[in-house]
Design a protein around this ligand. Structure first.
Ligand SMILES: [Fe+2]
Length: 412
């Protein structure tokens, strides 16, 4: 039986997504594939294995007749954080996994690809009621793999940044760095009044979205203004030159603690050869490049974004303000595809939030403490993956993500 149109579309998107993960590492050396720069990051090989583990564990083993895992020992290595699935190898030690080899991981990927194809053929013979929940899980697996493509790149940048030889992931104008390189924040900042009063935010029923984006609900917003654009490098450099990293009054207590503990003096990948204030270059996936004054500032922690906003006489937008304002079309720029944007909102469930059933319910819900929400998407985010309702989240001291900031302020 021929696959139905939705199934054929999903098969094509799955194949494209799976291939892209492999294309991202095609130019890397074998040594790069096992590189883990820090406990929060994972080696490229682990990302390639884990995304296959996700499909194998949540789709193929439970739903494809006769499917057996490639190696029953690998679940322990490639389970990220799913307690319902079982024990796992500690994340800080993923870089120690010289086995399975990259060849074995790639062969596993292709075995899983074959399984996904067979599963879609099997689903085409089922009723819609039978296939719908499995197709929804397949879509989740695809979106999960897209998330890991961005994680792979930001983790790789972290790893490469620790090597004095400054390896280059994507030489020249090739690769994702090129789109960032072309992004400019020109002109003076304009304050735009966003929708206020009773507004609705969140994803309505229908269409793919992560569970944490729903339900759509009402929020009351006092009058506010939001910047039409992101903050750029030269503006952030002015904050540094004004003693931004030496003035505790600009920082929240935990943020100031981080400044002192980690000796922060500038965004994560800024480099300079002279005194601390002479920042000239930025390390990137395309190697070391001169800092462009009009490029949007990136690789900031939430604490740095918050301190900059205080210095600028402003604040970070709440996530409801960001989402409501982003619906105004052309009024605010750089909403998606440039940099994730820190908001002032803690990552908590929306009213009426229900995690999805089963082990995949651990996907988002269990992280709803001690993290802040980022909105938009970045130049590392796969095309078509972002949405205005998308809620990304990281701990406030994290700064290896492609994150920048947009200002907001109260309106009297
Ligand atoms: Fe994952």
């Amino acid at each position: 039986m021929a696959a139905s149109a939705p199934t054929a579309d999903l098969l094509l998107r799955l194949a494209t997504t799976r291939r892209r993960s492999e294309a991202l590492v095609a130019g890397l050396e074998p040594e790069d594939l096992g590189l883990q720069g820090m406990a929060d990051a994972s080696p490229p090989k682990w990302h390639l294995g884990h995304t296959s583990w996700f499909f194998e564990t949540f789709l193929l083993v439970p739903h494809l007749s006769g499917y057996a895992p490639a190696d029953s020992r690998w679940g322990y290595l490639f389970n990220s954080y799913y307690d319902a699935i079982g024990a796992r190898h500690p994340r800080p030690e993923r870089g120690l996994l010289s086995r399975p080899t990259i060849g074995e991981v790639m062969a596993w990927r292709h075995r899983v690809d074959g399984g996904l194809e067979a599963l879609l053929e099997q689903l085409a013979r089922c009723t819609e009621a039978e296939s719908a929940p499995v197709l929804a899980l397949l879509e989740l697996g695809l979106q999960h793999e897209q998330q890991h493509q961005e994680l792979l790149l930001m983790d790789l940048l972290d790893g490469f940044s620790r090597n004095p030889l400054e390896p280059i992931a994507f030489p020249g104008a090739e690769g994702p760095e090129d789109s960032y390189r072309r992004s400019r924040v020109a002109g003076s900042l304009q304050w735009v009044g966003g929708p206020d009063g009773l507004v609705e935010i969140g994803h309505a029923a229908g269409g793919f979205h992560f569970d944490n984006e729903a339900p759509r609900h009402r929020v009351w917003l006092e009058p506010y203004a939001i910047a039409n654009r992101l903050v750029r490098n030269e503006e952030y450099a002015a904050f540094i030159a004004d003693g931004g990293y030496r003035r505790p009054e600009l920082w929240l207590s935990e943020g100031w603690e981080a400044v002192e503990r980690y000796h922060w003096q500038a965004p994560r990948y800024w480099r300079g050869s002279g005194p601390a204030s002479a920042w000239e270059w930025e390390f990137s996936l395309a190697g070391r490049w001169p800092l462009h004054p009009e490029a949007p500032v990136r690789h900031l922690s939430w604490f740095e974004a918050d301190a900059y906003a205080r210095w600028a006489g402003a604040r970070l937008p709440g996530e409801a303000e960001w989402e409501a304002a982003s619906q105004q079309g052309a009024a605010i720029e750089q909403v998606g595809g440039v940099l994730w944007q820190w908001t002032g909102s803690p990552y908590r469930p929306y009213p009426g939030f229900v995690p999805v059933a089963g082990a995949v319910g651990e996907y988002n819900g269990k992280f709803m403490s001690s993290q802040m929400v980022l909105r938009g998407s970045s130049f590392l985010t796969p095309a078509g993956h972002g949405r205005p309702t998308y809620r990304n989240f990281f701990a406030p001291a994290s700064r290896w993500m492609a994150a920048g900031l947009r200002l907001a302020r109260d309106v009297a």
